[in-house]
Design a binder for this molecule. Sequence first.
Ligand code: ZN
Length: 496
Amino acid sequence: MAKKKKFFVSTALDYVNASPHLGHALEKAQADVIARYHRFLGDEVFFLSGTDDNSLKNVRVAKREGVAVKKLVDRNSRKFYQLKDALNLSFDDFIRTTEERHIKGAQKLWLACEKDIYKKKYKGLYCVGCEQFYKEKELENGLCPEHKTRPELVEEENYFFHLARYQKKLKKIIETNKIKIIPQSRKNETLSFINQGLEDICISRSAERAQGWGIDVPGDASQKIWVWFDALSNYINALGYAEKSLNFQEWWTENKDKLHIVGKGILRFHAIYWPAFLLSAKLPLPKTIFVHGYITSGGQKMSKSLGNVIDPFELVEKYGTDAARYFLLQEISPTEDGDYTQEKFEERYNADLANGLGNLVARVIALRVKLKIHPVKCRSAAISSKTKLFNRAKIKKEINKTQREYRKALDDFKFNEALKEIWKLISFCDKYIEEERPWEIENTKHKTKNKKVIEDLLFALSVIAQMLKPFLPETSEKIIQQLKTRRKGEILFPRI
Ligand SMILES: [Zn+2]
C-alpha cells in the first residue's frame, strides 16, 4: 500500500494573559477546516495548537490580580484548550511553552544557532504587548502601532542574533515562494520589510527584566530567552525536536508540506525571524504561511474598555458550534479584517442555515418519507457510472462543477468561496424541486418520476453533506444520519 502523504498544520501560540476572544476562534476554525479537508483528501495530518505561557504580559497581569504567574497561565491556558470542545476542533496536539519538551527544544535551538549569537549592550524601545523592540520610525505618534501604548525604554546587555547575515537568503526564499506567503499582499509586506534592510535582533532579556519568568539562556542563567525565539520553536518541539525523535524526522525533516496559520500582527516573526533561526540551525523551512486578518466588533477593535469583546463560548452556547463556525468562515473574509455584530450573525444564521440548508434537508427528507423511498447509502459523494440519477446530465454537471470550484477555493484558503459553492448547489436543488414539483401525485407514472426526482435530490444532499464535513462536521454527520434512516429527522437549525 502506498504511504499516505503527510500534512502538518499549526495555529499560532496564543498569549494567555486573558481569555480567548472571537479573533482566536477564527484562526482555530480556519486551521481546523484545513486539517479536516486534508484528512478528507486522504492525507495523514498533524494539527498542532497551543499557548505561549512565557510572555512578560502574564507576569504583569498575575501581579495585578495577586496570583502566582503559574496559576494564571494554567487557568488561562485551560480556557484556550477548551476551545477544542466549544468549536469542535480536531487538533492532534496542544503544546504549552512551560512544558519540559518545549523548554528543552528552545534551548537546543539556541545552541544550534550559536554561531549567529553574540552579546552586546543595547538601548531600545520595547512593547511588552508585542514582545518586540520598535524603531522610532515604526511608531505612530510615539505609540506602538498594534497596541497604541507607549513602549518602554530598555537598556541592557543582551544576546543578539545575526539576522542581517540572512537578508539575501530570506529575500530569495520569499521571492521564489520557497516559503509561500498567502495572500500576496502579505508576501509584498514581508519583502518590503526585508528590502528596508534587516538588522540583528535582540533574543534575550535579563532575568531581572523578565522577573524570573521564562526559559534560561543555556549556560547563562542571568538571561532569559526572548519569548519569540522561545515560542516559535514550539512547532518543532511538539514533534520531538529535543530528543531528535522519529516523529520529528517524519513530520518536520522529511515532510515537505508544512503550514503555519497566523494573524497579520505576527507575520514578521513567522516569515522572517523563524526561517532565519531555522536556516541558522540547518533545519528545513515551512512550506506555507497563511495570514488572516482581525475581527472587529461593531466596527471597532475588541477591547475590554469598550465592552465589545465577543466571547466565543457564549456565542457557541447561544447558537451552537456549527453556527459559530459558519459565521467565522463565511462572513469573515479569510485574509482581510471582518466585523461581528449580532444582527449580522443572526441574519446569516436565518438566511443560510435555517432557511437555506436546514429547509432543503427537511423538505427532501419529508418527501422521501412520504413517497416511501429507501434510505440512501452515502459512502461516496463521487458520481460513478453506477450512480443512478434521473436527470443525470443536469445533476452531474452541477455537482461536478461545484466540487471542482470547491476544491479550488479550499486549495487557495478561500473558505468563504468554498461555502458559496455549496450554497449555490443548495439553491440549485431548491430550484429543481420547484421545477419538478415531486409532491404532485396524479397517477402511477407520475409517482415513479417523483421518486426518481427525490432520489436525485437525496444524492445531491449526500454530496452537500460530504462537502460540509470540514466546515460543519456535526451538521454534516446529522445529514448523513437522516439520509440513512427511515424517519423524519430533527430540525438542523431552528429559526431565531
Ligand atoms: Zn505592541
